[in-house]
Structures are given as C-alpha cells and as structure tokens.
Design a protein around this ligand. Sequence first.
Ligand code: 3PG
Length: 334
Amino acid sequence: MAQFFAFTPKRRENGAIDFYDLTNYSDMKVLIATEKPFAKKAVDGIKNIITEAGYEVALLEKYSDKAQLLEAVADADALIIRSDKVTAEVIEAAKNLKIVVRAGAGYDNVDLAAATAKGIVVMNTPGQNSNAVAELALGMMVFMARNQFNPGTGSELQGKTLAIHAYGNVGKLVGRKGKALGMNVIAFDPFISDAKVFEADGVQKVDSIEELYAKADYLSLHIPATEQTKKSIGYKLLSSMPKGATLVNTARKEVIDEAGVAQAMTEREDLKYITDIAPETAAEMAEKFGKRFFATPKKMGAETAEANINAGLAAASQIVDFFKNGNTRFQVNK
Ligand code: 3PG
C-alpha cells in the first residue's frame, strides 16, 4: 500500500480545530454509511476516487439497526454519510475516525460537539444536491396547485408570489426557477442584508419574516435546523399568510411547530401544507386535512442520480484532499 504524507487535525485548548502537523497517513479506510443508499453510479464513482488515492472502501447501505453502524465504524478512518445520525455513541465507537463528510448540505444529524471533542473534522458538500431539492420544491407547488393531480379545477403558479425563507444554495435556485415560471419572487434571509444579492436574480428582498409570510402565496422553506430555528414556523406565521396560501417544506421537520401549523390549518380551511419531511403526526394530518396536506413517504429532495453523484463524489474528493493536503475548506466544526 502506498504511503501518503498528509496532515492530521490538532485541537486547541478551547476545542477549535485549526492546527495541523505533518503525519504519514496510509491504509486509510473510508466507510460509506448510508441508510438511504446513493445511486449505484455514485457509489462506483466514490469507490474509484478512494481506491485510486490508495485507500480502502467499505460500504454499509440500507441498515436497519444502529448496532450495524456502530460495528461498521469501529475501524473506519473516514466516514461518508447522508442523513445518517452520527451521535456521540457512534463517535465513541469509531476509534480511528478522523473525518466525517455529510454528502449534502444540512449537518444537524452530526453531533458536532462530540466530533470536535475527539478532534474529528466534520464537513458538508454545500450546493452539490441543491438543484434536485429546488426542482422538487417547484414540483410540490404544481402538485398542490393541481389538487394533488386529482380531477378538478386547479390554479397556475404564474403571477403568484413565491416567498423564499433563507436565500442559500437551494433558496437561490428556487428563486431563479420561480422567476422562469413567471412568479413574483420575494425573499428573506436573516444573514443577507445586501439587497443586491437578491436583485441579481430579479428577486425582491423583504425586511422581515412577518412581511415574507404575509405576502406569500407559496412559502418555500430553506432554513437549517438549529437551536434558533427549531419549531419556529407555526401558528402565527401560517395564520398571517394570504388566502389559499401553501407552505412548502423541503428543509427539516424540526423547524415546524406541528401543533401550531395544524391549529392554523384547522381555523383556516384555505391553507395548505406540503412537506418532504413527514411530521410525527403525518397520518392524522392527512386524515384531517385531506388534499390540503401532503408528506412524501421518505425524504426525496436529494434523491436524484445527479445529486447523488455530485454530493457523493465531492465527499470522496474532500476526504482524499484532506488526507493528502490537509484541505479543510468545507469543515463545519472550525
Ligand atoms: C441535505 O441536507 O443535503 C438534504 O436534506 C438531503 O438529505 P439526504 O442526503 O438524506 O437525502
């Protein structure tokens, strides 16, 4: 097996990982652990990148039990995951682990504090699966506008106001696609104050969440699940939306206050909610709200061959670049 010189992370006293020294990395084992598997082409591509770099690949797909993951990570030096939960227990079981790459955007499934405490670098692959999610968000709007493809008179997206909550990689693509469909697109992002960022896409910046929801015929959610955003979308915001408005969630279920949304939909028989992340109460909501509610059976926003290939190959390349060159550009636990 070839020997490679690379860098290994060192932890500062305050827990930050920002200091590297030369280490001889060889015989690295990269585990792909995906409960929801990548497309075969993506798996083949990942394997090529890893083996060409001189490292070993192991594959754990469609596992049903946490114990399988705990066993598989025991000798892994690197881990590629999707929405798989990397808890403190998983990190404890992974004695050799140096890097975790979440092939995707949201890394709320990784216990960052536990990883950082062990000097493990955590990365994501921002933007790589965004187009798939954005296309699904627009598709969900059409699906709801056309009575979930049931007979009857529907409506068109053209001329309606599409409001985008958070203007990151997915939000931007949803905005551009909405413009192409003739929608009036507005957006709010608490971290973007420069209106030019929105104007570059022909999108109008609004100054508050309240204004965004009050104007939204379609509200497309793109906020991450954080301590600040959890359960932040509920009764008040939904109740403020215009007549016949639709909430579209391709972000995370944790950001929704389910009871609040249900309450608003009970009081207002015109409101609709479609989500790619089934709420805990999905069955009850489907029964109660009929065609005003829909949840995909399993999160499918990033379930395209293209997104799997983009995100999977990026994850593999980032691991190789980290071991060989110490590149931590996409590290999220700095
Ligand atoms: C993401 O955060 O990238 C998306 O939610 C996709 O998640 P998935 O890889 O589980 O489909």
